[in-house]
Design a protein around this ligand. Structure first.
Ligand SMILES: Cc1cc2nc3c(=O)[nH]c(=O)nc-3n(C[C@H](O)[C@H](O)[C@H](O)COP(=O)(O)OP(=O)(O)OC[C@H]3O[C@@H](n4cnc5c(N)ncnc54)[C@H](O)[C@@H]3O)c2cc1C
Length: 351
């Protein structure tokens, strides 16, 4: 079991010194790592330097040893590896048992996971089993003068940024939003230590069986994971009606991108997508973000302003979105968007 301290404010944390190291959980599907795992290594390196401890990863899966070397290349110095067929497809039970086993045995001070569907599914049981705190969906992490992890995330529907501290239990567990941090520079000369572990768990011990894996990135509108998309076409209230959403989808399809929305577009029922980009929604950092009829309210730009290239289409040249845009098109979105789609189609046809 994890350590549950009987603690009163102001008292020192018992057994704190037993917990050392910053750990990142490497999320993977069929051996393909989720980019957020490497993003976590960039903030993890900063935390480890401030705490003067090792930066490690946990790699759990089936035939995933190659992710150890990738962990080193992105900055980890040690990897805790559990590699067995029972971990082939993600299921909550074997994974949380494996993570808990490693944490119980090696006692890291800080554990970071991506705030993805998998990361969010996994952290709840892990934190519960270990009797420790969990801060979900962080956008910033830091260390204070008492070695405590400062976990910052939007709160109260994005009205404030709250910094949360877990003073009384270890490890301190956070999930971090994809694209909130940058992937660190690769250094292919780096190596490190692999700690191989095994667990006494077999297929018969697990109640849930995976019958089929459906790739939601090839699904219908809105199913695409916008946090992983290189190109995003975002519909704002300026698209005016739900019928016009089709032209946003067509442009996204033509560019091989994903569709996203502003909160106002979702609240007005203009889109079939139920989540939005922004401070109280999802943070994205695509290569190209095309904002269609989006005014550029601060709550929206907070979630997309780090995109590499931002193209804004708006008929109001005073719209704040133009302040964050790399390229601005002043015009009617209902004419400009189909025109771009036609142009892209023509370019394709010429090839
Ligand atoms: C606590 C809190 C949290 C919030 N969190 C978020 C968040 O996470 N994400 C988010 O998006 N919002 C968020 N909001 C809402 C945010 O403040 C804005 O209201 C919202 O982003 C506006 O969306 P919009 O730009 O689509 O709509 P509007 O502000 O109504 O802008 C529509 C734009 O479209 C343009 N337009 C209209 N018709 C056309 C046309 N035919 N051609 C070209 N341009 C046209 C207009 O000039 C205008 O600039 C939050 C608000 C609060 C209070």
């Amino acid at each position: 079991m994890g350590v549950r301290q009987s603690w009163k404010k102001g008292e020192p944390i018992m057994a704190e010194e037993d917990y050392k190291g910053v750990w990142v959980f490497v999320e993977q599907t069929d051996g393909e790592p989720a980019t957020v795992s490497w993003e976590l290594l960039s903030v993890g390196a900063d935390l480890a330097r401030k705490l003067d401890v090792e930066l490690c990863t946990m790699v759990i899966g089936d035939n995933v040893e190659h992710l150890c070397q990738e962990s080193f290349v992105y900055g980890a110095s040690k990897v805790y590896l559990i590699d067995a067929p029972v971990f082939h497809d993600y299921r909550t039970e074997p994974y949380y048992r494996a993570v808990r086993y490693l944490i119980d045995k090696y006692k890291p001070e800080v554990v970071l996971l991506g705030s993805t569907s998998l990361g969010r599914d996994l952290t709840g049981p892990v934190a519960t089993e270990l009797n420790t705190g969990l801060t979900e969906g962080c956008t910033e992490l830091d260390i204070d003068e008492n070695r405590l992890l400062l976990q910052t995330r939007p709160a109260y529907s994005g009205n404030i940024m709250a910094t949360i501290v877990n003073e009384r239990a270890r490890p301190q567990i956070s999930t971090v939003r994809p694209r909130a941090m940058e992937v660190p520079e690769k250094d292919t000369s780096r190596t490190g230590e692999i700690v191989r572990e095994s667990m006494d768990i077999s297929e018969e011990d697990i109640g849930v069986k995976v019958l089929e894996v459906i790739d939601s990135s090839k699904g219908e509108a809105g199913a695409i994971d916008i946090t992983a998309a290189d190109i995003i076409v975002c519909a704002g209230r300026g698209i005016q009606s739900s019928e016009n959403f089709q032209m946003i989808q067509e442009l996204a399809d033509e560019l091989g991108g994903a569709v996203a929305c502003s909160r106002a577009a979702v609240e007005d029922g203009l889109t079939p997508v139920e989540s939005w980009v922004g401070q109280s929604g999802t943070t994205v950092r695509p290569r190209i973000y095309i904002a269609c009829g989006v005014s550029g309210a601060i709550q929206h730009t907070a979630g997309m302003r780090d995109s590499d290239v931002i193209i804004a289409i708006n008929y109001d040249k005073q719209a704040p979105i133009f302040e964050v845009a790399t390229f601005g098109i002043e015009g009617d979105v209902l004419q400009v968007v189909p025109a771009i789609t036609r142009y892209v189609r023509e370019l394709r046809a010429r090839k």
